[in-house]
Design a protein around this ligand. Structure first.
Ligand SMILES: [Mg+2]
Length: 209
C-alpha cells in the first residue's frame, strides 16, 4: 500500500471496522452507470461526508493517464461538499500519483482490495468514520466486497473501459451474472428518510437489509 501524499495518524474506534449488516457482501448499496449519476443529495441526507473512489475504470479509463474533463469538473464540484480520496489496486505508484495529482485528490496505490487496510488508512487521512463515507468502484470482488466488509455504503458503477482483455471481460461477465441473480439493477430507488420502504428485491441505502 503506497500513499501518494504525506499522512497524519488519527485513531479509529474498533467499531469502525465491523460490518453493520447481514446483507450479501457482494451486493452494492447502489448501482449506477457512471459516477455522475450518483445522487449527491441522498448521500448528504445519509450523513455521508466523504467518498472513496476506485481509480481505474471508475474515474479514469484503464490505459489512459487522466480523467475525462467532465469527470474532473464533477470531482471539483463534489469536493465542495465531500472529502474525496482514491484507493486503487493499481501496482503503479506513478500512475496513481499522477492521476491523483491531476484530479487534486489524495490517493493510495497497491491497496490490495478487498482488504480493508487501505480503506482504513483513507478513513484516517480523511478523519472520518465508516458510516460517514461511501465507497465507489467498478468491481464487485474488490471495491464492493471490500467496502461491504468495512461496513460502508457502497456504490457500483459501470466500468469506463470496454477493451480490457479476455481475463477481465470474463470476470465482468461473472459479476453481471451475480448482479442479475441478486436482482441488482441500475438506478436503484434509494430509501430516503421518511419515505415508504422499498419494494422487495430492490437495493437500499438501509444497512439493515
Ligand atoms: Mg477499477
Amino acid at each position: 500500500m503506497r500513499v501518494s501524499a504525506p499522512c497524519q495518524e488519527t485513531g479509529l474506534s474498533a467499531s469502525d471496522s465491523a460490518p453493520r449488516s447481514k446483507k450479501s457482501l457482494l451486493r452494492p448499496s447502489m448501482r449506477v452507470t457512471h459516477i455522475k449519476q450518483i445522487d449527491i443529495a441522498i448521500l448528504q441526507e445519509r450523513g455521508i461526508k466523504g467518498i472513496i473512489f476506485d481509480l481505474d475504470d471508475t474515474l479514469v479509463k484503464s490505459f489512459e493517464p487522466t480523467a475525462d474533463p467532465d469527470v474532473s469538473r464533477w470531482l471539483v464540484q463534489i469536493q465542495r461538499e465531500f472529502a474525496v480520496f482514491i484507493v486503487s489496486n493499481n501496482a503503479s505508484d506513478l500512475r496513481v500519483r499522477l492521476a491523483s495529482e491531476h484530479l487534486g485528490v489524495m490517493g493510495i496505490a497497491q491497496a490490495g482490495k478487498p482488504s480493508r487496510r487501505s480503506f482504513r488508512k483513507a478513513l484516517q487521512l480523511m478523519n472520518l468514520q465508516v458510516h460517514e463515507v461511501a465507497i465507489v468502484g467498478d468491481q464487485l470482488f474488490t471495491d464492493i466486497l471490500g467496502g461491504n466488509r468495512l461496513g460502508a455504503l457502497t456504490i457500483l458503477v459501470d466500468p469506463l473501459s470496454t477493451e480490457v482483455g479476455w481475463h477481465r471481460n470474463l470476470m465482468r461477465a461473472f459479476e453481471r451474472y451475480i448482479l442479475k441473480r441478486a436482482g441488482v439493477t441500475h438506478q436503484q430507488p434509494l430509501k430516503r428518510s421518511g419515505t415508504a420502504p422499498l419494494a422487495s428485491g430492490t437495493a437500499s441505502l438501509s444497512r439493515t437489509d
